[in-house]
Design a binder for this molecule. Structure first.
Ligand code: FER
Length: 306
């Protein structure tokens, strides 16, 4: 099956179901999905690092550096009909008298709204960049990207079930119809696409590319880090590929060259290249892990809203 068809099926949550059906086997999911992590990496000539490594300690919390404040933000979801919780980072020196651009940062398949702050240490990265004037002051919203009533990360053996994967797709409507309007109503945001970014890691990278490239009216800055097979083909996402050459201020793709999911990002890179949509393609020497995500959120954040 051609990869783009496989990916489209996956997006519908069918790959696992079909595979299980074919084998007459037990519940769909795990084995097929996990096998993707172990795919052989085949590198092309342009699958290279385009940014130097950040300075040592770039993701370490440091004494003497002003820290942004992180708070829980509750909103009513028209999709799940529940009250949902996101984390919101307000930059050092935040003032309700000013207006800020907003970055939406999406977690991976086993994570939740705490993953970027806890595992990746994204707030430390931003605090340091802001202290050095190397990033624009911005509000960062870290939602739970699993739009279902019970949005807790499932037990490991249920991570890849169709209903859990579908919840990451259902987040598109939750984000656009409920979360973004609630954030814009509650914080002093610059509430237009030119001041709104979306990025994510792995499953969240796929979401960021799907929702960002699919909604240029909402996001002009889009980043997919180590994006997972939920990523849809560019030609499906870009309803007007010619217009897309001018709609985005930044499209940023990255992946580690030891990550078995790299074929997903390679495909997106090649599709965008062939469509003439300018983008960053940064391949580092990491696996599917926080080292890649911390470095790439550093490089991405430095380029945002500038
Ligand atoms: C898959 C392998 C990995 C997959 C998703 C992932 C949807 C997501 C990984 C992550 O978020 O870390 O086959 O299919």
């Amino acid at each position: 099956m051609p990869p783009r068809i496989a990916r489209a099926l996956f997006a519908l949550g069918l790959t696992a179901a079909l595979a299980a059906q074919a084998q007459g086997a037990e519940p769909p999911g795990q084995a097929e999905a996990r096998a993707n992590f172990n795919r052989k990496v085949v590198l092309a000539a342009d699958d290279v690092r385009v940014f130097d490594k950040p300075p040592a300690g770039f993701a370490d919390a440091a004494a003497g550096i002003a820290q942004g404040q992180v708070a829980e933000f509750g909103y009513d979801s028209a999709v799940t009909h529940t009250r949902r919780t996101a984390l919101v980072y307000l930059p050092p020196g935040y003032s309700p008298q000013r207006r800020y651009p907003v970055l939406y940062l999406l977690h991976g398949i086993g994570g939740n709204q705490h993953e970027w702050r806890g595992y990746v240490r994204a707030m430390a990265v931003l605090d340091r960049l802001l202290a050095q004037g190397q990033a624009e002051p911005m509000i960062v919203v870290m939602p739970n990207g699993r739009a279902r009533a019970d949005d807790a990360p499932p037990p490991a053996e249920q991570t890849f079930t169709p209903e859990h994967i579908a919840a990451f797709g259902a987040f598109e409507a939750d984000l656009l119809q409920s979360l973004v309007p609630a954030v814009d109503a509650s914080y002093p945001t610059l509430a237009d696409a030119g001041h709104r970014a979306i990025a994510g890691l792995s499953m969240g990278g796929g979401q960021a590319l799907n929702f960002g490239l699919g909604h240029p009216e909402a996001f002009a800055w889009v980043g997919g880090f180590s994006s997972a097979p939920n990523t849809r083909p560019a030609l499906e996402l870009l309803r007007d590929p010619a217009a897309a050459r001018h709609s985005f201020k930044l499209v940023y793709l990255s992946c580690g060259n030891r990550d078995g999911l790299i074929n997903v990002s390679q495909s997106m890179h090649r599709e965008l290249r062939d469509l003439g949509v300018a983008h960053v393609w940064n391949v580092d020497e990491y696996g599917h892990d926080r080292d890649s995500w911390a470095e790439n959120v550093y490089h991405f954040a430095r380029r945002l809203f500038r």
